[in-house]
Design a binder for this molecule. Structure first.
Ligand code: GTP
Ligand code: MG
Length: 206
């Protein structure tokens, strides 16, 4: 499964601005600065498509990118990647509900095209309370969640498994699915890209 085209499609802050066309959506959520926009650029192999920054709070709106994927049999698959503002920038403990703005909650509840939420967590640290609350909220609301740990290039290979275990336990991921389900990603060296594209393809073809 290969991405052959990616381009900016739309920006929204409420449901009336969601793009028309009925394409399936794959959304990215995580703490501010965890690497959501960078991961989107890495998947698309197009730096600067989604705007990134060293300073948390860069993405402030819901941004849609339209992708075309090519399957081995040459058929094409059109879908949207959705970049969202980060949560958890304020330090106080938060419930998922108070963690994000109204318009983001509206997106989760109203976007009928949403097929998968990729929740990004920095591989270097145990999950924060906001990560735990958000994961539980998404699962409770029946959304399909794929946990992706980011910035894998920042720790040594030998420690990756150990960090993944801490994160899986920390967010209370069901025991059965703990291992294979977390994808380890690096936007710097492309680790995890093929694996995540596979998950996306399988969801889109379901
Ligand atoms: P907000 O839009 O503010 O919520 O942040 P974001 O989650 O979109 O993060 P963004 O992609 O803007 O990246 C934040 C910082 O982390 C930038 O300085 C990126 O270069 C850096 N970064 C993102 N992914 C990686 C990665 O895989 N490895 C390394 N080393 N740095 C990364
Ligand atoms: Mg961003």
């Amino acid at each position: 499964f290969n991405i052959i085209n990616a381009s900016y499609a739309a920006t929204a802050v409420n449901a009336s601005q969601y793009p028309e066309g009925g394409l399936s959506e794959i959304a990215f959520i995580g703490r501010s600065n965890v690497g959501k926009s960078s991961l989107i650029n890495s998947l698309c192999r197009q730096n600067g498509l989604a705007r990134t920054s060293r300073t948390p709070g860069k993405t402030q709106t819901i941004n849609y990118f339209r992708l075309t994927g090519k399957l081995p049999d040459e058929s094409r698959l059109e879908f949207m990647l959705v970049d969202l503002p980060g949560y958890g920038y304020a330090k106080r403990a938060q419930t998922a509900r108070s963690t994000w703005s109204k318009f983001i909650e509206e997106y989760w509840l109203k976007s009928t095209r949403l097929k998968l939420v990729c929740q990004l967590i920095d591989i270097r640290h145990p999950p924060m309370e906001s990560d735990i609350n958000v994961y539980q909220w998404l699962v409770e609301h029946g959304l399909n969640v794929q946990v992706v740990t980011t910035k894998a290039d920042k720790i040594t290979k030998g420690r990756i498994q150990q960090h993944i275990q801490v994160i899986a336990k920390g967010i209370n991921m069901p025991q059965l699915s703990q291992d294979g389900r977390i994808i380890t990603y690096s936007a710097v060296n492309g680790a995890g890209r093929d694996e995540l594209l596979d998950v996306i393809r399988n969801i889109l073809l379901k």
